[in-house]
Design a protein around this ligand. Structure first.
Ligand code: DIR
Ligand code: MN
Ligand code: MN
Ligand code: MN
Length: 314
């Protein structure tokens, strides 16, 4: 059982500085030690080095398209390499535009993967529907085959083709969805669980339906893309676009426990931790230690406790 940690200190998918310090902040909160205690061989591959391209004009109202495209191309190769080497891969962001490269690289090794996107936001704008232009709000649109004819050719992204089917994606935690995104969710029939759905059904039923939707036909690798802003801002204040009414600690941990219990988690992204945005050091610490907790829980840390199997009598 080995885990690869990949740091991706990148922030050009959105407009707030500081999210590039996420990987260091999450490591400083004790990630490697916690995973080692779970009995994993932890391979920390350190941080990727991203180039800022000098000449990178806006595409429509989308800033830094080539810089974001190039960063994701680099990340894709790193994730593909780590998965190909047999590791479960943990990608520490950085902003959520990094999921483009992370999921793409994962799909290089596991073409039949499915995607669970835990987020306050759907991140499924196209450049034509996006109110902000920010690429971290468009990641999923780059991945989906079903949106291919709605996507313009964005400079910086010619290295990839969309590969994911809408039916292989489930959202959990939505509560801030743009009108253009809502059209896309409804038109493509994407399975999603908004915070209202969680209120109605409970998180246990939400996870049952999620895993049934993705795995009932066949067992396949899971990509979990976890935006820390899925949690309520009282728990995860140090993030760029907090939205009230998010996941409780127990709901978030239940999601990752259930994903661990499938035995199918292959790659996990933890993104949008911005240690420069906490109002106090305590607010930052709450956010980074929460990030460590969801990663540990996705990798098998239990609330009920655990013990190794008794050895057999020789
Ligand atoms: C908004 C916000 N839907 C956008 N998206 C965010 O810019 O497209 N995603 N914050 O995490
Ligand atoms: Mn190894
Ligand atoms: Mn996101
Ligand atoms: Mn978000």
């Amino acid at each position: 059982q080995s885990v690869a940690i990949l740091g991706a200190p990148f922030s050009k998918g959105q407009k707030r500085r500081g999210v590039e310090h996420g990987p260091k902040a999450i490591r400083d909160a004790g990630l490697v030690e916690k995973l080692s205690n779970l009995d994993y061989a932890v391979h920390d591959f350190g941080d990727l080095t991203f180039k800022h391209l000098e000449k990178d004009e806006h595409f429509m109202h989308v800033p830094f398209p080539r810089t974001v495209g190039r960063a994701n191309q680099l990340l894709s190769g790193a994730v593909s390499g780590a998965v190909g080497a047999g590791h479960t891969c943990i990608m520490l962001g950085g902003d959520h535009s990094l999921a483009i490269g992370s999921v793409e690289g994962h799909a290089q090794q596991c073409p039949d993967l499915c995607l669970i996107w835990v987020d306050a936001h759907a991140d499924i704008n196209t450049p034509l529907t996006s109110p902000s232009g920010n690429l971290h709000g468009q990641s999923v649109a780059f991945l989906l085959k079903d949106l291919q004819n709605k996507m313009p050719e964005v400079p910086g992204f010619s290295w990839m083709k969309p590969f994911l089917s809408a039916r292989d994606l489930v959202y959990i935690g939505l509560r801030d969805v743009d009108p253009g995104e809502h059209i896309i969710l409804k038109t493509l029939g994407i399975q999603y669980f908004s915070m209202r759905d969680i209120d109605r059904m409970g998180i246990q039923r939400v996870m049952e339906v999620t895993l049934d939707h993705l795995l009932a036909r066949k067992q396949r690798p899971i990509h979990l893309s976890f935006d820390i802003d899925a949690f309520d801002p009282s728990l995860a204040p140090a993030t760029g676009t907090p939205v009230n009414g998010g996941l409780t600690y127990r709901e978030g941990i239940y999601v990752t426990e259930e994903i661990h219990n499938t035995g199918l988690l292959s790659v996990m992204d933890v993104v949008e931790v911005n240690p420069t945005l906490g109002a106090t050091p305590e607010a930052v610490e709450a956010t980074t230690s929460l990030a460590v907790d969801v990663i540990a829980s996705a990798l098998g840390q239990t609330r009920e406790g655990a013990h190794v199997a008794f050895p057999k009598i020789p």
